[in-house]
Write a protein that binds this ligand. Structure first.
Ligand code: FES
Length: 490
């Protein structure tokens, strides 16, 4: 008999983005029954997921790729304590199921015996004979050995290794893997969760457990009241999922307006050379005060110097899921006091930089459409953050990235782009070069026209004003609705 899975779990098992399965549903290739998909239909669409003679763990690893296999071994497995709790719960469910099955079996056998007593040794040639035949045939069918539903088996295994969390009232879902807390797992999945300190002292990450169990993974100071505990409230930053399925009620930000302005004194962790004229500035927040921001947003960096404070508005290039480590791409610019000091070697590991923010509305809008990203030079910073967020959300059916460089060393993270393209079937990358940003933008628009304008896509553009304006104009002229164009002029 076919087993039912959520789309989230189904995507995990067959190794595709959730957005790809959602597209299959929209195209009528995959049927949903009350939000669930049957393993039989899934196997028909993705026959490569069928179990062969290989071990199950090997098979799970093979379904995705080597990187996924490594992830299973290295970070998917939770602590021994959590693993033991999940195994215990699964064993309990299994024991309940066996007990019920045994009772049903005994009941059916008792009915069969009673029917035989009533019809007598030679039968009645009528309804009782027919009933006896029906029960005998039915029992034979039930007891016949059927091959296991491979996806059901794998689902059972994944339930022990990772927990699935459903969020109320949004209906969002995420998976808790390895040693992640509920907060870390939610952020990693791209959810805009409410939180503050990240270390159990502010209470802002309070969530209510509606179904399932959690276990504490780190000490916390915030005092939950007795009434809150009775109602199931707990701290997401100090707990993880003890049961394989969990339903939480929690607050999520609806957009940039829900993210509070913060001021954090960070330390320079490293300054790296991405290219001769581009530096990576890596700032680290204190453990107890991390930056809550949305992918694509910017912050103001403040540097105290002998000649007065220097301020610079910069897009964050890293993912909000790592809220302690903030990355910025800084291009050489003699007219920019902050960049000049960085390139002059006046910013060293251990120095302090004050961060104010976040600011800006260049964030991912939720929707089922394919995503198209276009960056020029260090406009790649907010685009990279958005791409990482989109990958975490796993909801876009496909992504395309166009990156224009106006300098010969402008594609300073080309390897990262190639890695995305190689690892993901639905990720296309096109790198181009032109010294004039607006001309390069028109070339990109022509390249997009070839295969993207006919599809309903969301377009995210970031770079110098000339680039963004020229490309946005071309997109609108080609009929793309303004509501599907999101632009950030830097
Ligand atoms: S984020 Fe402050 S207590 Fe969890």
């Amino acid at each position: 008999m076919s087993h039912q899975l959520s789309l989230w779990r189904a995507a995990q098992l067959v190794g595709v983005a959730r957005g790809v399965l959602q597209q299959q549903v929209r195209d009528g290739k995959l049927a949903l029954n009350e939000g669930l998909v049957s393993t039989a239909e899934l196997l028909a669409l993705y026959p490569q997921a069928r179990l062969e003679e290989h071990g199950l763990l090997e098979r799970v690893a093979r379904i995705r790729d080597e990187a996924f296999g490594r992830r299973v071994r290295e970070r998917l497995l939770p602590s021994q304590e959590v693993l033991a709790q999940r195994l215990f719960q699964q064993s309990q469910d299994l024991a309940d199921l066996q007990r019920h099955l045994q009772r049903y079996h005994s009941l059916v056998v008792a009915i069969q015996q009673r029917v035989r007593e009533l019809r007598g040794p030679s039968g009645d040639g009528g309804p009782l004979d027919e009933l006896d035949h029906l029960v005998t045939q039915g029992l034979a069918r039930v007891l016949a050995t059927e091959s296991a539903d491979v996806l059901e088996v794998m689902d059972g295994m994944l339930k022990v290794m990772s927990a699935q969390v459903t969020v109320r009232p949004s209906g969002h879902e995420f998976t808790v893997e390895g040693h992640d807390t509920l907060l870390q797992a939610g952020l990693r999945a791209g959810l805009m969760l409410n939180y503050g300190c990240g270390n159990g002292s502010c209470g802002m990450c309070k969530v209510r457990v509606i179904a399932g169990e959690v276990v504490r993974t780190q000490p916390f100071d915030y005092p939950l009241s007795e009434a809150e505990k009775r109602q199931g409230y707990t701290l997401a930053c100090a707990h993880t999922a003890a049961s394989s399925e969990l339903t939480l009620e929690l607050l999520e930000a609806g957009g940039p307006e829900d993210i509070p302005l913060q001021q954090i004194v960070c330390h320079v962790r490293a300054v790296g050379e991405l290219a001769p004229d581009t530096r990576l500035l890596h700032l680290q927040t204190p453990r107890t005060h991390r930056l809550r921001f949305l992918a694509g947003q910017s912050v103001t960096l403040g540097l105290a110097t002998a000649g007065g404070d220097v301020h610079s508005l910069r897009p964050v290039a890293s993912c909000p899921c790592d809220d302690r480590n903030l990355h910025f791409f800084i291009a050489r610019d003699d007219t920019d006091a902050f960049a000049s000091r960085l390139f002059a070697g006046q910013l060293k590991p251990g120095d302090t930089v004050t961060v104010w923010g976040p600011s800006g509305r260049f964030v991912l809008s939720e929707g089922p459409r394919p995503l198209v990203f276009a960056a020029c030079d260090t406009g790649f910073a907010p685009i990279k953050s958005l791409i990482e967020h989109a990958l975490a959300l796993d909801a876009a059916p496909s992504m395309s990235l166009f990156w224009l460089a106006t300098r010969s060393d402008g594609h300073f993270m080309a390897n990262q782009c190639r890695a995305w393209s190689e690892a993901l079937d639905s990720f296309e990358v096109a790198l181009s070069t032109h010294a004039i940003a607006a001309v390069g933008a028109h070339q990109i628009a022509r390249a997009m026209r070839a295969d993207l304008f006919d599809i309903e896509c969301d377009f995210y553009l970031a770079g110098p004003p000339d680039f963004v304006e020229a490309l946005a104009d071309d997109l609108r002229a080609a009929g793309v609705p303004s509501a599907q164009i999101f632009a950030e002029a830097l």
